[in-house]
Design a protein around this ligand. Structure first.
Ligand SMILES: C[S@@+](CC[C@H](N)C(=O)[O-])C[C@H]1O[C@@H](n2cnc3c(N)ncnc32)[C@H](O)[C@@H]1O
Length: 432
């Protein structure tokens, strides 16, 4: 009897072992890394011309926010028609309606209540960046129906219901590694299951003309098979400095506690804060409220005419941890308007402002001796600057509070990356 027990135990141990090996193999087989689509090597997307500028592109957006793709079409001067758009946040609706042409009945608030079937065959391009929920699609092999309950599912459902010629799904880079890559695998398979030729790649906006370190997955689906390759990176021509405003309201300046926080060694080391950087840290929806993100240091000039409105923000560089670092920055980054309590010109549009600011920069560099290097002020970025650093021109109307505007800018897609993608795929080909 004892021998039989022993045999059974041995067999069952062996079975467990084999089962474990098989399970591991299956996991490896099923979830081996998907490969990102490459970039072009010989085509410079900036030089590409649209083949059908006379055509109108019918656009549908989901999780629309402040309409990065809509703004991209405006900047490119391409004919387009907004078929539907929506966002659950009432402040986004305010911004959206102030900036784009859309009928009330084509707007939806909650995507979960949006029945898109009536738009079937009426959209050429759908764009959306679902908020990054902690997707959990683990366990078994999942298909379209199993993704129910997630906002990703809602995106896929609208694609299924409307069948656009092209879709763009944008998301955080981390999505590709979530749950050892399984989540992305499932999403990728679902897009294929819907009949699309799926491409994806992580792009950093600093490689497409905007000085912001922002990495995002840009997943494209084409209804007709394509040999699409992603636009190749270009050299960055501008620094964050070129995107700053001339006139800054005193409300953006930090008081003592804020100055101490953002200049602390720890925060700078950990890249929670950056002062006078060349390339912005990734813009986040709440960065301006917890003193994280990018800040601008204005040194005080000897010939500065005192203005009491700004007096309370002046601090002595020698009293902060990062005094050497800040002093170093003076020569490099003296702001236009800095000598006149930041009140030089009024609103500027970047196309004009960039070269102008650059020449002023030089002028101020020459006059650096005029600055008292141990006195200055630190401020956060303004909502307008945050928008510019997301690729939104000053034609974009701000109609919400600062708080809402920072959130909306931080949530958006960088317009310049979208422009590169639209050029690269020659979006007008898909118009009507
Ligand atoms: C990451 S942002 C995308 C912003 C957009 N791509 C842009 O260009 O500004 C996600 C957006 O989804 C919206 N959202 C979240 N849940 C939603 C829902 N259930 N229905 C519709 N919109 C939703 C949020 O309000 C937010 O504006």
């Amino acid at each position: 009897m004892a021998t039989v027990d022993k045999d059974i135990n041995e067999v069952s141990k062996k079975i467990t072992k084999v089962k474990r090996i098989v399970k591991k193999r299956v996991e490896e087989l099923e979830y081996k890394d998907l490969e990102e689509t490459s970039v072009t090597e010989d085509v410079y997307w900036k030089d590409l011309e649209f083949s059908h500028p006379e055509k109108t592109v019918r656009l549908g957006t989901l999780f629309s926010g402040i309409g990065a793709i809509e703004h991209a079409f405006q900047r490119l001067g391409l004919k387009h028609n907004i078929v539907f758009a929506g966002d659950i946040e009432p402040n986004c609706k305010k911004s959206y309606f102030a900036n784009y042409d859309i009928k009330e009945e084509d707007w939806f608030d909650d995507i979960r209540d949006f029945d898109a079937r009536k738009y079937k065959g009426q959209v050429d391009l759908i764009v959306g960046g679902a908020p990054c929920q902690a997707f959990s699609m683990v366990g078994h092999r999942l298909g379209f129906e199993d993704a129910r309950g997630t906002l990703f599912f809602e995106f896929a459902r609208v694609v299924k219901e409307t069948k656009p010629k092209v879709f763009l799904f944008e998301n955080v880079r981390g999505l590709l590694n979530h749950d050892k890559g399984r989540t992305w695998h499932v999403m990728h398979d679902i897009f294929e299951e819907l009949g699309y030729d799926v491409k994806f790649r992580v792009l950093n906006s600093r490689d497409y003309g905007i000085p912001q370190h922002r990495e995002r997955v840009y997943c494209l689906g084409f209804k007709k098979k394509t040999n699409f390759l992603y636009p190749a990176p270009i050299e960055l021509e501008y620094k964050m400095y070129d995107f700053l405003e001339d006139y800054i309201d005193s409300k953006y300046f930090l008081k003592e506690k804020g100055v101490k926080f953002v200049t602390s060694h720890k925060n700078r080391e950990k890249s929670y804060t950056q002062i006078n950087g060349d390339i912005q840290l990734c813009q986040k929806r709440n960065q301006q409220f917890n003193w994280h993100g990018d800040f601008v240091y204005h040194p005080q000039a000897l010939d500065e005419i005192p203005d009491e409105k700004f007096d309370e923000f002046i601090f002595d560089v020698r009293e902060v941890e990062e005094k050497y670092y800040l002093s170093e920055k003076v020569a490099k980054y003296v702001l236009a308007g800095g000598t006149k309590n930041f009140k030089t010109s009024t609103e500027t549009d970047l196309d004009v402002a960039r070269p102008l600011l650059q020449s002023m920069h030089k002028m101020h560099r020459a006059g650096v001796d005029n600055y008292v290097t141990h006195k200055g002020r630190i401020r956060k970025l303004t909502p307008r600057e945050c928008l510019r650093l997301m690729g939104f021109k000053d034609s974009f109307k701000i109609v919400v509070s600062d708080t809402a505007m920072y959130q909306q800018a931080g949530n958006s897609i960088v317009v310049d990356v979208l422009i590169a993608l639209l050029k690269q795929m020659d979006i007008t080909k898909y118009g009507v």
